[in-house]
Design a protein around this ligand. Sequence first.
Ligand code: PMP
Length: 428
Amino acid sequence: MSDAILARRNRLMGPNVPTFYRDPVHIVRGQGVWLWDAAGNRYLDCYNNVAHVGHCHPRVVEAIARQSMTLNTHTRYLHEGVLDYLEQLTARLGHGISQGIMVCTGSEANDIALRMAQAVTGKTGIIATDNTYHGNTVATAALSTRRPPIGGYPPHVRLVPAPESLAPLGGSAERQADVFAENVAHAIADLEDSGFGFSGIMLCPFFANEGFPDLPADFLAPTARIVRAAGGLMLVDEVQPGFGRLGSHFWGHDRAGLVPDVVTVGKPMANGHPVAAVLARPDVMGAFRSAFGYFNTFGGNPVAAAAALATLQVMEEEGLQANARDTGAYALARLRALRHPAIAQARGAGLFLGLECVTDDGGPATAFATELVERMRQRGILMNRIGRHMNTLKIRPPMPFSRDNADLLVDTLGEVLAAMPTETADAG
Ligand code: PMP
């Protein structure tokens, strides 16, 4: 069955369409933190941040269905749904951020954020890290480093070395924040010298795609000072850490003590319905609207707004941020107690956790991590890998994840680790 579907995908979608796992899972149903494949096997979803409040949450499903039966249309008519949602969402944000543009994907949101920085500064130079992903439009792909653009990165882009957990910039955890900021300062000077000027920096405050290194709470403070002093905008990509995932805070930037000029959100926002947004202060929004105008056919349409509003309400009613904090702390403590020579570090925050795998000589154990993920999938637990060498296990389940779920995850991980052939750790 899987082979037949893969063949059809190739025939109809072309080659290299990404799938997870050597034996891709053919999911047919989801509920809460659980997924079922076509053969009726059940999987614990430890990866999916899109089904934020749980797969097929009845409140979100009902909101979508009800609104779909009443009206769905493009966004040039007056409709209160999107306004109700933006009111509720911006109420969650500080820093004078009170306006938003609704779009359909995080990529679009980041694309707009880049243009906001251009509109405010009149400059185009932009900085991101050298191990990240901010989207799949031409502009955001130029800040996404897994697959460099044909012809190389555009000349207005500077990619600074991303922070690392086990191999910190500058050789020590204490130096890392300053070294990161110094590299940003050099990039700014270089952009100014080359005539592009400095419009801003785009960062995930949790460095999710960088492998979410273990960093001190004020890691970004020196960088923020340099960016401000240079007149650039802080474009904060909250696509992954936002919406309470990190447990202690609703936003990754608040956890990082960072003052954003622009915030972008997406993935978990409407529990799977394609909804994303870019949020900004009125002065930034005004500059953008004057410079570029903007229209998005589907962004924030009545059904999208209903789905997003229901997701936010469920988060609140079910206390899911608090659950991320409590269950996440419990799961992290249990992950930290796992003992295996290839596990160098358990880290993360809330329900965004990981284990970094190393070889005997301390190098990245990519093959080991890959094998671990595959064996977990065979045991009915879905997770994946991230980081520069893809050697960090990424655990990022739907937010209703329970202690029982965490126990099943860690117990199974312990058993799978115990059965891992040690030579795999050397093949990374
Ligand atoms: N920013 C970050 C940090 C992401 O991880 C992603 C998607 N993985 C995006 C932006 C792009 O979002 P989308 O796929 O909705 O365009």
